[in-house]
Write a protein that binds this ligand. Structure first.
Ligand code: SAM
Ligand code: SF4
Length: 328
């Protein structure tokens, strides 16, 4: 099988798709409060176009797809897209990242559509702070969504937390307590804040969080990840059995083993967060490209993938664009 190799020998088996740049929340580190320049609807890939691209890359070695955004659940009929992707030959894992706001109702329908797994973002367990960080989000709705996801069997659930210096880092052990009773079906993951366009917050390096956990709990190194597991290196807290992962794009670059491609809401393929967008697959499709031409274009884009990015915990570069259009 074609392995979708880049010029550094990295094989690409994982496609993240931003299905919309819109969202029902406005997390402080992700979006401005107002004045977002949403892409006009006509510029956003249709489900048919996304399905076609997934079919092409599945033949090139992609086996895992993550549906993300923006908030994927605000795009109408998201279930039909999940069903299309899940039914694509060669795709054996369809995951989604969501803020969980509508999950209480949606979770069983996601399972029926063929979703394999779910990541849910939750940056505070304090109702007031949660509302501040999300600019109006409802902690109660997200907690209900987490319960519904568990009840529907969408497990293991990964709870994503972006720690911001001075804002929520004091909740580290609260998150552990919250998850500890659910270690069999819930994993906790801390994501380093990445500056897009400008550095608005201070990143809390993963190792600092790891050291705080190791000082308080008995820990062992988490199981070795396989290629589809993504970049979260983890530890297990022995007392509870909780798996805690750390996604450290800044302090522990995982560029050398990067297996991901990002299909942006507007149809551009980002082969690397630090790389300018490649030509639009949407335009190629709308100009009538055949599957062979699409596949050749994608291979050429992947060959142009840079070796890595140069963003650091402090200093270095910042990323271009918005996380929502690129797909977080
Ligand atoms: N709306 C969904 C959600 O919040 O889960 C999916 C899209 S969101 C962009 C995906 C993930 O990216 C979330 O876990 C979010 O916390 C994270 N994220 C957004 N902006 C980020 C940033 N600047 N640095 C690090 N993570 C970020
Ligand atoms: Fe929306 Fe997710 Fe960004 Fe929050 S992190 S504003 S929920 S896209």
């Amino acid at each position: 099988m074609n392995q979708l190799l880049d010029s550094f020998g990295r094989a690409h088996s994982y496609l993240r798709i931003s299905v919309t740049d819109r969202c029902n929340y406005r997390c402080v580190y992700c979006m401005p409060e107002e004045g977002m320049n949403w892409a006009p609807r006509a510029e956003i890939l249709t489900y048919e176009e996304i399905g076609r691209i997934v079919g092409v890359v599945a033949k090139m070695g992609v086996s895992k797809v993550r549906i993300t955004g923006g908030e994927p659940t605000v795009r109408s009929d998201i279930l039909s897209l999940i069903a299309t992707v899940a039914a694509t030959r060669g795709i054996n894992d369809v995951a989604m990242t969501t803020n969980g706001h509508t999950l209480a109702k949606l979770a069983p329908q996601l399972v029926a559509a063929g979703l394999s797994r779910l990541n849910i973002s939750i940056d505070s367990l304090n109702r007031r702070r949660f509302a501040l960080l999300t600019r109006g989000g409802s902690l109660d709705r997200v907690l209900a969504g987490i319960r519904a996801a568990r009840d529907s069997g969408l497990t293991p659930i990964k709870l994503n937390v972006v720690m911001l210096r001075g804002h929520n880092e004091d909740e580290l052990f609260d998150f552990v307590d919250f998850c500890a009773g659910h270690a069999e079906d819930t994993q906790l993951r801390f994501i380093e804040y990445m500056p897009f366009e400008q550095r608005r917050y201070q990143t809390v390096p993963s190792d600092e969080l790891r050291q705080r956990l190791m000082a308080r709990y008995t820990t062992v190194v988490g199981p070795m990840r396989n290629q589809n597991d993504g970049p979260a290196e983890g530890i297990i807290l022995v007392e509870s059995g909780l798996h805690v992962g750390f996604i450290s794009p800044l302090s522990e670059h995982f560029c050398a083993t990067c297996n991901r491609l990002r299909l942006m809401a507007n149809g551009h393929l980002r082969t690397c967060l630090a790389h300018e967008d490649t030509p639009s697959l949407r335009d190629l499709i709308r100009y009538g490209a055949s599957d062979t031409q699409l596949s050749e274009a994608i291979q050429a884009m992947v060959l142009g993938k840079p070796i890595g990015h140069a963003c650091e915990v402090e200093g270095g570069t910042v990323f271009e664009g918005t996380m929502t259009a690129i797909g977080g």
